[in-house]
Design a binder for this molecule. Sequence first.
Ligand code: IMP
Length: 431
Amino acid sequence: MSSLVIVGAQWGDEGKGKVVDLFAAHSDIVVRYQGGNNAGHTLVVANERTVVHLIPAGVLHPQTTCVIGNGVVIDPGVLCGEIDALQARGYLKKPEQLKIDERAHLILPVHRALDIAREERLGVDKIGTTGRGIGPTYENKVARSGLRVIDMLDPEYFRTRVARLLDERNVVLHELYGWPPVELDAVCDEYAVYAERLRPYVTDTALYLTEQIVAGRRVLFEGAHGTMLDIDHGTYPFVTSSNTVAGAVGTGAGVAPRYVNRVLGISKAYTTRVGGGPFPTELDDEVGRKLRQSGDEFGSTTGRPRRCGWFDAVVVRHAARLSGMAGLAITKLDVLSGIAKLRIAVAYEHAGTRYERVPAGVRTFEGARPVYEELDGWNDSLSEARRFEDLPAAARRYISRIEELTATPVTLISVGAERDETILLRDPFLL
Ligand code: IMP
């Protein structure tokens, strides 16, 4: 029996897509268990870029079954579009390759409208959401007024529930934000088409997954976003609306903790963040701009330029502890080539207090000054390195220091976007 959870150790965009795609080759099933199409994984195979937002990054491997678990919020229009695009490129030929949980909640047009309207009203205080309706959908889920995939398959029931939801949400949308109300008929007509398109894929994936794990299949759980965007453990309120830590597999995929046995964290060799909120090691200088340019740091969902900064060991240590990471994959080490001196934040200082951990208060975190350690950089290009020994001594030292500061062994290093631009130090399923 073997399962592996892949979790982002920073603010998302750590390069999970590439790592999931790599390990999907050795997995029978790849599962999304939280978030929605606010996530985006860029996969590069033979110079061809594929971006997926909802379908697990294992989809490029025809032998791998992809599961969208109950904890995901699904925009069915986006999902249908993704299925079409993948099928047009020769992927996802058989319906058995994709399974969608019947209990997953649906993003409705009113959720997208509310997300954007609310952000507009917040102005400079906005969270910087992706505008995909994620937060409002989870709100309705918790308020017990949301719509689920299974409801969409029963048009009569769907209509009654959407009418009830719109009764309330349209008031906020129209009266508070001044947006036109969403029409019930339009939603029902549109979603009836999605229902028939998606029906062949809908099933009880929690049951399926547990049976498969017990039968000895290798299951990879693909986390979206990053630990610092977790609704409980992230930089609240500048977070997403789901739990992103490994524990979310239990609820978001319906798989009991006893079947979740390994966690691999993914972190960039530096730090990035999109959207608002604290980011102590952010660089608004030449180095920051170099990281953005060399690392192609633009959001794969919204295209927004990402904020860039030094590696923050406090953040990654926080993430490693919360998810019980047995190993770390360090991505984009190649992007650091050519920077003479590198810095790593080892603690913060705020109002005379030293913090070795992430402060809970957003104002404390915003005002926190990083305590840096400086390390030598390297000039050599790393893209040809395939073994740890191929790396320059300064790069090896940088990796070792990350291991010490996060108390987590580095098990994989990525030195480029292609599958083979990878140094694998240990099989993640054997962590
Ligand atoms: P939401 O998830 O669209 O509600 O956005 C909430 C916050 O999470 C914003 O700061 C987003 O930029 C951020 N966010 C959501 N998904 C991702 C992601 O996949 N990568 C990076 N940031 C994300």
